[in-house]
Each structure stands twice: as C-alpha cells, then as structure tokens.
Write a protein that binds this ligand. Structure first.
Ligand code: NAP
Length: 256
C-alpha cells in the first residue's frame, strides 16, 4: 500500500461534509484512501460535492434529529461497512447577545452543535469497537476555549464539544481509539461569509470592515484556509498520532 493511502479500507463519516471545513476534511481523508460519507441537510449540495471527487458518498442527515442520525448512520454502515472515523463538524455560528438569547435560540444552537456531536459520536462507537480502531474528531472553535463576544450560546456549545471529547477520551483511554477537538479561529468558509453580513448589519459597518474584524482576530492577520484544518484532521487519523488523545488543537494563527 502506498504511504499516502494509509486510510484504505476505512469508512469515515463527516457531518456537514458538503461545504467548508467538513468538505476539506472529507477530501483529505478520501485522498488518503478512505470511503467517506458526507452528511448534511441539503442533499443537492452533498451530491455536487460528491461528483467532484471519488470516494465521497452523500447522505441527508439532520444532526439535531436523533432518529435522522441513527437512520443515517445505519444506512451508511450498511452501504460501506463500519464507520471507524467520525468527524462531528456540522454546526451553526449565529451570534446573539445574551439579552436577546431566548430559550428557543439557545436550544437550537445546542441541538445542532452539541447534541449533534454527541449523537453522531455515540452512534459510531459500536463500529469503532467492531473495527478495533477508531478516531473521533469534534470541530470545536477557539470559542470552545475562550469567550466569544456576543455569542454566549455558540461559546457554550463549543466548550461543551471539548468536554464531550475529553469525556470520551478518558472513558476509552485503554482502547485503540482517540477523541480530539480541533479549535479553529476564523476560517474562510460559508459561515464567515454569512457572519460578514450579520456583523455588518448588527454593528452598522460595511461588509469589508466586518470581514477585517474577523481577519484581525486571527493572530497572523489572515483567514485560515479550510485545507489547513483538514491537514490536522488527517494527521489525527494517521499512523503516529495514536497517543494524541483528549486534546484541543488550536488552529488560529498563533494565539497563545
Ligand atoms: P459551513 O460551510 O456553513 O458548514 C456547516 C455545515 O454544517 C454545513 O455543511 C451544513 O450543511 C451543516 N449543518 C448545519 N446544520 C446542520 C444540521 N442541523 N444537520 C446536519 N448538518 C448541518 O461552515 P464551516 O465554517 O465549514 O463550519 C464547520 C464547523 O466549523 C462548524 O461546526 C463551525 O462552528 C466550525 N468552525 C468554523 C469556523 C469558521 O471561521 N469558519 C471557526 C471555528 C469553528 P446543511 O446546511 O446542508 O445542513
């Protein structure tokens, strides 16, 4: 087997795998030989992503709906075998001041970002056990480690994802599985495009000024490319990363 095909025979599932960071991770894992199920709510988006590269398989699945997750994962398992790499990436990044955060908004953010990660990782655990090998990765955020102004619900959900992988890491510390969180700063994806509009509207500034605010937040003063995040996810699945467990990997341009 070529060194670059070290994931041949593995089945990976990436939630939110049709766009942005999730798609970059899916492409990286597929390039290393994995069969990759990409999920999301918009089947058309997933289908066009899958047409662009071999070994990507679209599957409609809403991570906020427990039945959708269970049925989706069962369908993926039936089609391509047990899922030993699970990337909980699907998420929304809507900012709202705490005063304007009603319970419905709070629950929406938690349901997608945190419940979704829990449901997906939990549903893949039996497959990791049957494979005798597993990698769980949660795409958290620097907002999982620090407060993000004007976004308490998002911040809490991303902190929760880190708690989830740490809990899994200690529960399965003696198993051949690892569970880690990746914590990016601002990455150039559709979320940032949507945030640009929303920050500009809320702060009464231009879209260019709003985008610059996000750029300046990254220590190296540029947006991060989705492929930079994907490189870390690929590394966590590669030979040599077996002892990296329960960690939060910051990809934020040097925030220390
Ligand atoms: P994105 O392109 O908007 O990706 C979000 C993905 O999540 C979409 O593919 C979306 O697909 C999916 N999704 C949303 N709600 C869902 C639901 N209920 N069920 C299933 N899938 C759902 O933006 P992104 O930046 O790549 O975001 C990916 C992750 O990175 C998110 O968790 C985000 O919080 C995190 N992150 C992003 C940044 C950044 O600056 N971009 C920084 C730190 C962390 P559908 O709409 O088709 O469902």
């Amino acid at each position: 087997m070529e060194q670059t095909q070290f994931l041949q025979g593995r089945h990976a599932l990436i939630t939110g795998g049709g766009t942005g960071i999730g798609l970059a991770i899916a492409q990286a894992l597929a390039s290393a030989g994995a069969q990759v199920t990409i999920t999301g709510r918009r089947l058309d988006v997933l289908e066009s992503a899958a047409q662009a590269q071999d070994n990507l398989y679209p599957l409609a699945m809403d991570v906020a709906e427990p039945d959708s997750v269970l049925q989706g994962i069962e369908a993926a398992r039936t089609a391509r075998g047990p899922i030993s790499i699970c990337v909980a990436n699907a998420g929304i990044a809507e900012g709202r001041s705490i005063a304007k955060t009603d319970l419905a908004f709070w629950r929406k953010v938690m349901a997608i970002n945190l419940d979704g990660a829990f449901l997906t990782l939990q549903a893949c655990l039996p497959d990791m056990k049957s494979c005798g090998w597993g990698r769980g990765i949660a795409i958290s955020s620097i907002a999982g480690l620090r407060g993000l102004k004007g976004a308490a619900a998002y911040t809490a959900s991303k902190h929760g994802m880190i708690g989830l992988v740490r809990g899994l890491a200690v529960d399965y510390v003696e198993a051949p599985f690892t569970f880690n969180a990746i914590c990016p700063g601002y990455v150039d994806t559709p979320i940032v495009t949507r945030n640009t509009t929303s920050i500009a509207e809320r702060a009464g500034i231009s879209e260019e000024a709003a985008r610059n605010l996000m750029i300046k937040t990254n220590a190296h003063k540029r947006l991060i490319e989705p492929e930079e995040v994907a490189a870390s996810a690929l590394w966590l699945c590669s030979p040599g990363a077996e002892s990296i467990n329960g960690q939060c990997i910051e990809i934020a341009g040097g925030q220390i």
